[in-house]
Write a protein that binds this ligand. Sequence first.
Ligand code: PLP
Length: 437
Amino acid sequence: MSIHDQIVGLIRQQDPEAASIIQAEADRQASTIELIASENHASTAVMHAMGTCLTNKYAEGYPGRRYYGGCEHHDAIERLAQDRAKQMFGCAYANVQPHSGAQANAAVFMALMEPGATFASLVLADGGHLSHGLPINFSGHYYKPVHYPLVRDEKNADFERIDYDAVRAVCLEHKPAMLLCGYSAYPRTIDFARFRAIADEVGALLMADVAHISGLIVGGQHPSPFPHAHVVTTTTHKSLRGPRGGLILTNDEEISKKVDRALFPGMQGGPLMHVIASKAVAFGEALKPEYKSYQTQIVANAKALAGALVEHGYRITSGGTDNHLMLVDLTSKDPQGADGTLTGKAAEKWLENAGLICNKNGIPGDQRKPMVTSGIRLGTPATTTRGFKEAEMKVVASFIDRVLSAGLAGEDELSRVTEQVRGEVRDLCAKFPMPGH
Ligand code: PLP
């Protein structure tokens, strides 16, 4: 019996209702293909480190200076996570306590900017995260965001890539306290050195939110934000393949002190010590040689998926991908263009019914609302964990095309093809079991 079955069996003895829901989710994950770029399948050790007695403890403060007794082993596990985080990124200071990526960003803002200060980030609809200046988020509510765009000129070789001239112009005009790079839906390599040169020119701090690409960075598949960024934030659950959580890194002692204070007691109370234990386990995995092969395969798989979709007639924004994700422009397939039926919302639902899980996503300059969109975002960290290689990614591209083409052909065709593809997805999934099963 797998560890998963044993654990759900134990829960079932006490709470059959909760156990059934957990099992249903396990079955969903096992029988569908996960293409959401920000998700992954954590290893058995990473998952179950979270299900340990470390959840029972209050450990407010930091190792060696806690506000509660009995923290000896919590100090040890937090130091282990910190040391491994520093080793992964080759930097001097790590705070492993943020409960999430958004919390990590909030703590950095609180540590390094006065309320009302100006910061520069990417136009959110072009691929930024809500914690980079959405008006109703803390970042837009308590600070003043100014935004730089992607290149919008189709004739420019850098179409839909970061417009570094615009970054500089926005910074020269607004003199932000902080310049933010790192995104949620950007498929290309980020030039951290170029960002740092602009930050230095205007006297701003450079913050890199590498939530999406942190696994690639650790695995050597994307340049490191160090030594360029003053401060780096990331989630731990996306390409990095740890538990859900956040992480803050820096080489600057003063910044690290301010960040520690801003996170606790500024932002959070007790750290989630069971999650910190799991972060330590995940970081240990990331330091193993096979992690580099995993990250290399993620990028190879993304290129294979993007290339195969192009062959099926889809436009990929910016013409392709350098990392783990891509944005598929659905208007390239729907002859009716912006008024057509193939929206991101429709595609997400049709694909889900066939067992292909992804999310609708705006494309740069999207005319449709965020709950509708003209694109879908696809990523390869989860399928790569499962063992998919380039050949399987081509099969996935053909599944996607069959479903979306059927959707355009009408309801009868969609339901016929959905059933057919759903069966083929189940068969493929059965050949690539989930970690721990
Ligand atoms: N930063 C970026 C670039 C992200 O893409 C995300 C999440 O998608 C976050 C921060 C926020 O992470 P969390 O959902 O853990 O708060």
